[in-house]
Design a protein around this ligand. Structure first.
Ligand code: PHE
Length: 449
């Protein structure tokens, strides 16, 4: 159990960097820019920002308050307030386990691509970039070596604990990430022909806003802010009692959004400057961009910097995916941190092996029209996260009580929160759970918008 020996973050900035590290991940750097492009440029940006405020910050505050109040991670936090709700915490733990198993595979890809980029891609023809990617991920052994390195790094940091592991390394990695993304954005924006990319990225097309845009934005806010699976709740449980929850819970989503926005400024001007098509998802980062770096002067340096950026973003998110699983084993099953990190990290790697192989020799193994990799992505992202996110909001608002949660978030009323009553009476009680439920039902096809 928690008790007096429970670790805490050493400083406010340490918590902010760790939580921002969790939020800022692969979702920001390749998924967000792509969604902006598809769903109407700046129009999507406006919708996204509104949802960050209405749901993102609202749920973020509730997770941190619940964690800090109970000083327990996911399962323990629910149990401490109402034992019958413990299974909701468990949904988050399972989601984290699943996400990390494929996230770790992609983390491995970033390491491989970092080395490839530094060496210079040297593609002989335009199709070579696709061949490199498909050839690499479908190989049975090579991606696993990189996934193993990525997971071992994640395990090491989590094994070192909160202050000597997560906080210490986040304090180094996050500033590095900020510096790299700013350098890359400047490089990209100053390329001849960058304007077309900017136009594509930022020219609002309001006619493109419809139900689907809203859903895409909602789902992205949730995933990007690491909500619904206990990462933020668990980090909140290591936050000190006198810390200002409304402040840290506003600054982290702002940083997350800023990095997502900057990622678009890195990607689109460069893609357009070299006459490539803005692809999608994994293809944009691992197929289109290598082809761009192949053309760019000093492309090996900028390419290396980009994949290092992607690696840092993935690593700080992956430690926040492992920590709740580890904290759960420690708190609920009395395991030592060492045993919990190595065993659970190792098990996640084993599931990761199956994910990786499903891009190659196991690609014929299909469930619900998906290979193992996509299946885990779908179940965790589209099913488990929204369900547990919605139930967490309901739990905080109706079981723990939004007034109690507000007391915790404002340090018993000593912190001024202008919209505190709106938060407690409307946003967390009705708006958040209802909107999350709508997203969930439409993403699994129960309703159509
Ligand atoms: N927020 C991370 C990203 O954008 C992913 C993540 C989800 C991390 C849930 C932790 C928990 O990539």
């Amino acid at each position: 159990m928690g008790g007096e020996s429970r670790e805490t973050f050493g400083s406010r900035l340490g918590f902010i960097f760790a939580a921002a590290g969790s939020a800022i991940g692969l979702g920001n750097i390749w998924r967000f820019p792509y969604l902006v492009g598809v769903y109407g440029g700046a129009a999507f940006l406006v919708v996204y920002l509104a949802i960050v405020v209405i749901i993102g910050v609202v749920c973020f505050i509730s997770e941190v308050a619940l964690g800090r109040h109970t000083r327990q991670s996911n399962v323990g936090a629910f149990k401490a307030i109402k034992p019958s709700w413990a299974p909701v915490g468990l949904i988050g733990i399972i989601a984290g386990f699943m996400i990390l198993s494929f996230y770790g595979v992609v983390g491995g890809w970033t390491i491989y691509y970092f080395f490839k980029a530094i060496a210079g891609f040297a593609f002989p023809n335009p199709g070579a970039s696709t061949d490199l990617f498909v050839g690499f991920i479908s190989n049975a052994i090579s991606p696993l070596i990189y996934t193993a390195i990525f997971m071992a790094t994640t395990i090491y940091i989590v094994y070192k604990g909160i202050q000597d592991g997560i906080e210490k390394y986040s304090n180094i990695m996050m500033p590095a990430l900020f510096v790299i993304i700013i350098i890359l954005a400047i490089r990209s924006l100053t390329l001849p022909g960058a304007g077309a990319g900017l136009e594509f990225y930022l020219k609002p097309d309001l006619s493109k806003i419809d139900g689907e845009t809203l859903l895409a934005a909602l789902g992205q806010v949730f995933f990007s802010l690491s909500l619904g699976m206990g990462s933020i709740l668990t980090y909140g449980s290591y936050l000190s009692q006198d810390e200002n929850i409304p402040f840290v819970c506003t600054i982290v989503p702002m940083m997350d959004t800023l990095i997502a926005f900057l990622a678009g400024l890195v990607i689109f001007p460069a893609v357009f400057a070299y006459g490539f098509e803005p692809g999608s998802g994994g293809g944009l980062a691992f197929i289109t961009l290598p082809a761009v770096f192949n053309e760019m002067p000093a492309g090996n340096l900028f390419g290396g910097a980009f994949f290092f950026l992607l690696f840092l973003a993935a690593l700080t998110s992956s430690i926040s995916l492992l920590e709740p699983v580890v904290a759960y084993m420690m708190e609920e099953h009395g395991w030592e941190r060492k045993k919990a990190t190595i065993t659970m990290g190792g098990l996640i790697f084993v599931v990761g092996i199956a994910c990786s192989l499903s891009n190659g020799i196991w690609s014929g193994f299909i469930v619900l029209d998906r290979n193992i990799f996509d299946l885990l992505d779908f179940i965790s992202g589209n099913v488990l996260l929204p369900i547990s996110g919605m139930l967490t909001a309901i739990f905080v608002a109706w079981v723990w009580g939004s007034k109690n949660a507000l007391q915790e978030a404002t340090n018993d009323g000593t912190i001024e929160l202008a919209w505190g009553n709106l938060w407690a009476n409307v946003l967390i009680k009705y708006v958040a759970p209802i909107l999350i439920a709508v997203v969930f039902m439409s993403s699994v096809g129960i309703i159509k918008i």
